[in-house]
Design a binder for this molecule. Structure first.
Ligand code: NAD
Ligand code: DAU
Length: 351
């Protein structure tokens, strides 16, 4: 299969490409990425010469760019491309709608025209059980909104997104669903919890805290630090996506989670302890607007139906991630010394 991986130069996309090249020599990967501030071809330096890999620069919201990609003969799409940071979506939602909603629609529409010259009943695809074409939408647990101290998100939980980012992802999910229902496009949707691991852009909690601690800077914790996230190692996410592509039922949604709920303070204190830095580096700052209190995923469907289970224990995975950021200092120093400095000043300067 020739797989179009959009957003492959970002954190999860690059880890997914590495996983697929390693485990599926039968597939060709086309990495299609606009290279925004979050896209970095350095994330794929080790595989850029791989015979089954190629990079194509392009914007998922541009019909011309997406057409050019499909001219390569695309069988499956894995859509990772997105604006992904909640704080940036609060600062400026426009580009989130442009990429996450309109971009997804351009991809869906191009896939539909290329793959289904005439509409086809979704039941027919399911009956045939064929996987000639697939459109995998990489979504997020944030589309479900926020939980109280009890309960879990299942695939049937009502969508109640709370930030412009999660609203744009929820809108994309609904478009994907509609292309299945209306045109019979063979789609799959996954909703994963918070990822961590190598190559994560240092605006997100874990890499920000690790790199600030290494630089001896303050660690800015929002609000009371008691918000809860369910952490999953990016390689466990990549394995789940691989399984969904190969075995998932078109038209279905699959939740993916790490079974590792922690408060932000627990995560930050663990990082400080591992690095031998004092808790006094923690600085409580003004809370994120509309800050979701708790996410927790029930991933029993993918475990039951596809036999997936997360393998990385959180504390071990965190230790390995800390080691990666220590060993790859030039990678994040280049990012933090560039345009990122202005972002950091804007985001944290007045808090
Ligand atoms: P990221 O910000 O690290 O990477 C996004 C990538 O998309 C970058 O390479 C960027 O250049 C590219 N991109 C952005 N706009 C584009 C456009 N218009 N056209 C083409 N490429 C474009 O994000 P990530 O953390 O790797 O997340 C990847 C996907 O997974 C996103 O769809 C996100 O919503 C979803 N997701 C992320 C998490 C998480 O914890 N990070 C969890 C669940 C789901
Ligand atoms: O749940 C999946 C989602 O996880 C993905 O869809 C998003 O793309 C991804 O960014 C992530 O969203 P979060 O908002 O949960 O992640 P973030 O790393 O930004 O924040 C994690 C928690 O840490 C959250 O409660 C806010 C808090 N935080 C974050 C930053 C950046 C802080 O306390 N201080 C910070 O400086």
């Amino acid at each position: 299969m020739r797989i179009l991986v959009t957003g492959g130069a970002g954190f999860i996309g690059s880890n997914f490409i590495r996983h697929m090249l390693r485990t599926h020599p039968e597939h060709q990967i086309v990495n299609f990425d606009k290279l925004t501030y979050a896209g970095n071809l350095e994330n794929l330096r080790d595989v850029e010469q791989h015979p089954n890999y190629r990079f194509l620069a392009g914007d998922i919201a541009s019909r011309g760019d997406v057409e050019r990609a499909f001219e390569l003969g695309i069988d499956w799409v894995a859509n990772f491309a997105a604006e992904s940071h909640v704080d940036r979506s609060i600062e400026g939602p426009d580009v989130f709608l442009q990429t996450n909603v309109l971009g997804t629609q351009v991809l869906l529409d191009t896939a539909r025209k290329r793959w289904l010259p005439s509409p086809i009943a979704p039941e027919t695809i399911l009956e045939r059980g064929e996987r000639r074409h697939l459109f995998l939408q990489i979504s997020t647990d944030e589309v479900y909104g926020s939980l109280g101290p009890e309960g879990y998100f299942t695939e049937t939980t009502l969508l109640s997104p709370n930030s412009p980012y999660s609203a744009s992802k929820a809108a994309a999910d609904l478009l994907v669903r509609s292309y299945h229902h209306t045109y019979g496009l063979p789609v799959l949707i996954t909703r994963c919890s918070n990822n961590y691991g190598p190559y994560q852009f240092p605006e997100k909690l874990i890499p920000l805290m690790i790199t600030n601690a290494l630089e001896g800077k303050d660690l800015p914790v929002y609000g009371d630090g008691l918000n809860v996230r369910d952490w999953i190692h990016v390689e466990d996410h990549a394995r789940a996506l691989d399984l969904v592509l190969h075995k998932g039922q078109p038209g279905e949604v699959y939740n993916i989670g790490g079974n590792s709920e922690r408060t932000n303070l627990e995560i930050v204190r663990f990082i400080l302890r591992e690095l031998g830095r004092p808790d006094s580096l923690i600085r409580f700052v003004r809370d994120r607007l509309g800050h979701d209190r708790r996410y927790a995923i029930d991933s029993s469907k993918i475990q039951r139906n596809l036999g997936w289970t997360p393998l990385r224990h959180l504390e071990d995975g965190l230790r390995a991630t800390i080691a990666w950021y220590i060993e790859n200092r030039p990678w994040w120093e280049r990012i933090k010394s560039g345009e990122y400095r202005h972002y950091y000043q804007r985001m944290y300067g007045g808090k």
